[in-house]
Design a protein. Sequence first.
Length: 404
Amino acid sequence: MEVKVVLAEFKYPLGRVDRGYNNRTLYVNLSTMRIVSKPVSEDMKVKFVGGRGFDLWLLWNALPKDRIVAWDDPENEICVASGPLSGTPVYPGSGKSIAVSISPLTRSVIDSNVGGYFGPYLKFSGWDALEIQGKAESEVLIFIDGDAGTVQVEEAGQLSSETNLLVSILASKYGSNNPRSISVVSSGPGAEHTLMGCLNFSWYDIGRQIHRYKQAGRGGIGTVFRKKKVKAVIVKYSGKITVETNGPADVEAAKQVGTAYSQELRMLDPKQSEMSTIGTTYLVTIMNDFDILPTKNYKYGSSPEADKLGREVYRKKFHKGFDGCWIGCSLACAHGVKDFELKTGPYRGQRVFVNGPEYETIAGVGSNCGIFDADYVIEMNYYCDVYGLDTISVGTALAFAIEC
């Protein structure tokens, strides 16, 4: 068995979330192997409320002001945070997190939102946000243990960076026979060789007994992640999660509002978007009808072949079952294709579970490239996730190259 090599360790007292906040954020510097807790002020909560606000505040205060910081400068940060409602199980969408960094693609600040368990688990482990600064000398893992109250930076050894292999290994290693207690942020080898790397945020699908992923796709934050030599960030939280876990000022009011919101979604969604059945694929038809479906490098806004990538195709392909990427989410829009047989690449012939596709992937690698083959889109979706690549950026780049 591989011996764990701990490069830095930080112990912290566990506490209770109060009104959606722990009132502290976690800072990890990979150049100096320094791990510290930073206080959250009342002013920060009032003026920079929410995950995006916290991320921008932390990034701004961490960067030097006497020079422009490039995306690959060790001073650049990756910040991940969620808001005060994050992790409340009766609120749809409360598993969302925001990742912020200086983008390799835009050379400016970028933010990308993502679902999954990481944001809530980070909060319930004691932290309102995570900052990663510096660059490690060798490949590392960051392990936040919300059960024991420890943060460790460890050598990553020879672990593969491919998400489909990495997450299962890490969940087995750190999960203590409870795979649901682990959420992993990773990227992949594609992010190491392009500027369009994404971050994969995992959660454990109890019904299907597999680890699944959502993506913080835009802006190339996965490329920053791999430039810092981070293979993965793991957070562990095994505690029971209820409305009370988030420490609301008025528990009953929080329950009532959340329940009313969920009931409204359950009543209206089947009549309108059908997100709980077909996810964002319903947008393909709408965008095509309004002549704004990206088609052939966006030379056109529609195509008579759009139905080949539309909602009815994916209605048949998506596997039936609960598809919420957070506990109790009534929208449950994170659909996927089960037992999809790959036709190309290193995993050719294997049957896999594909997370998605979402509308943006369908439009990006499908219609915008002039390709109206649903199985092709599903396969591209799978390989982009495994390699840590943003499907929108990949599709846009391919469409441009095809037209050239």
